[in-house]
Design a protein around this ligand. Structure first.
Ligand SMILES: Cc1ncc(COP(=O)(O)O)c(C=O)c1O
Length: 476
């Protein structure tokens, strides 16, 4: 085996308990009867074709549409990413050249802007002061220019499981008699079926809805679904967009896993027993940490909270989140989905078992006791310092597409004020861009970049050399 294979085997041997994607959590039960090697086939006679299905793939997609409440469902084998991209390419009425998107959208939305040439009309998320994260979207205060845009794209729920009042947004469109399509990135809520979870965007009346089925359901990584209903978006254009973007060699393993994930999604009992354990976790450690819960509904643009995402803020404990993660990983084999300086996200999937949550609860109780016993209070000093994560919006000078294809050069970061930035730079997590390609560098963004510490950056080539790509402007 090579280094990659060795690395994976070594990781597996450590026996971590998964609180991250994929949702199947490595449980064989989701794949009984599947012949992993045997099913790895190409489009042979009788096996149908993903891009023009009329046989077994068409039937599986039809069944998925029934399960999730869509009029039509497309299986995706390039992740949820390709779903966001295809939605934008499928838009026909693009005379306005503008589309509403949240500034906190996933980066696949930013790449959809590059591919489609559409210009963003940003909605700014509400930052929750306790978590310093974009958890809400206040529909009441945000003005959507319905008549001036080709579509309104929203994320429901957020990565952290908070859902804004999508119903109200859809009602507002109806009240205004607008035909503008509402496109929903429900990547983190493929499991929204039945009474335990917020209503699905399809149920609320969205036109296109994306599910990253691998995140919380049992589908294999990279498999996702795009659901559509109504007539606001052309199905033909959607199909053509997917054909343009997706592989010509679709993996049958992914497709078959999507088919089965739909059936397993109907087994609500799997989630019921997890919910009871999560409630117990809140009872046992809710005083030591600030944990996001349904009690937060109605505040900071949050309408409902999905209990299956356990978001813990470690400020009350006085311990930086990365230190807590170290403790949980090394002492209890707990592997979270992500963390920043003060928050940790534990993500449940349909493959989790009640004992996983009991293990997490035990680990958190132990962490809290340990922190109290040594009188840890490192983080507390940080409260009150500037924690802003979204600077004022820089001016858009070029569409992301024009900026992507423009001539560019790298210059020292400190000389970039006023230049058109040629790359999109986001600290991760949470992945909200400080600046998007095509925007003019501002004092605020520059200040944040110049003082940025080591960390994970999406799309900043020049962090180490303190340089930045700018668009070469025509002096003539
Ligand atoms: C909100 C959101 N949308 C879309 C995606 C893309 O999904 P995928 O990773 O399946 O390509 C992600 C991935 O993390 C996401 O968080």
């Amino acid at each position: 085996m090579g280094d990659l294979g060795e690395g994976l085997s070594h990781y597996l041997k450590q026996g971590f308990c998964s609180f991250h994607t994929p949702g199947h959590k490595g449980r064989q039960e989701f794949f009984y009867g599947s012949d992993l090697l045997g099913f790895d086939l190409t489009e042979l006679p009788g096996l149908d074709m993903l891009h023009s299905p009329s046989g077994i793939i068409a039937e599986a997609q039809k069944r998925a549409a029934e399960i999730f409440g869509a009029e039509e469902t497309f299986f995706l084998i390039n992740g949820g990413t390709v779903g966001n991209q295809a939605m934008f390419l499928a838009l026909e009425d693009t005379a306005s050249k503008r589309v509403v998107v949240e500034r906190s959208s996933h980066r696949s939305v930013m790449s959809a802007l590059v591919l489609s040439g559409l210009k963003p009309e940003y909605v700014i998320p509400t930052i929750h002061p306790d978590f310093n994260l974009a958890l809400g979207f206040d529909v009441e205060t945000q003005q959507i220019p319905w008549q001036e845009v080709s579509a309104c794209h929203v994320t429901y729920p957020s990565y952290y499981g908070t859902a804004f009042d999508l119903n109200r947004l859809i009602d507002e469109r109806t009240r205004l008699g607008s035909k503008t399509p509402i496109l929903v990135d429900q990547a983190h809520g493929s499991h929204y079926l039945g009474p335990l979870f917020p209503p699905s965007a399809l149920k609320l009346g969205a036109d296109i809805v994306l599910h990253s089925s691998h995140k919380t359901l049992s589908a294999l990584t990279q498999s996702a679904m795009l659901h559509v209903q109504g007539h606001r978006v052309s199905r033909i254009r959607l199909r053509q967009s997917l054909e343009l973007l997706q592989s010509s060699s679709p993996s049958y393993l992914l497709l078959a896993s999507l088919e089965r994930a739909g059936e397993f999604a109907l087994d609500f009992r799997r989630w019921e027993c997890l919910q009871e354990e999560v409630e117990e976790l809140h009872r046992k450690v809710g005083k030591s940490f600030r944990i996001l819960s349904q009690k937060d509904a109605g505040t900071y643009g949050i309408h409902t909270v999905d209990w299956s995402k356990i978001l813990i803020n470690t400020l009350p404990l006085g311990v930086p989140a990365p230190r807590c993660v170290e403790y949980l990983r090394e002492g209890y084999g707990i592997e979270p989905e992500l963390w920043d300086e003060e928050n940790i996200l534990f993500m449940l999937g349909i493959g989790n078992k009640p004992e996983d949550i009991r293990r997490l609860t035990k680990a958190l109780v132990s962490l809290a006791n340990y922190a109290h016993s040594i009188g840890f209070s490192e983080l507390i000093k940080r409260v009150g310092t500037d924690r802003s994560i979204i600077p004022p919006l820089p001016q858009l000078m070029l569409s992301p597409r024009d900026a992507f294809f423009a001539h560019k050069r790298q210059i020292p970061l400190k000389e970039s004020l006023g230049h058109i930035v040629g790359e999109t730079i986001s600290p991760y997590p949470p992945g909200i861009p400080l600046v998007v390609m095509g925007e003019q560098m501002t004092c605020e963004v520059l200040g944040m970049l110049l003082t940025a510490g080591e960390g994970r950056w999406q799309g900043w080539d020049g962090f180490k050399s303190q340089t930045i790509w700018i668009v070469e402007e025509d002096k003539g």
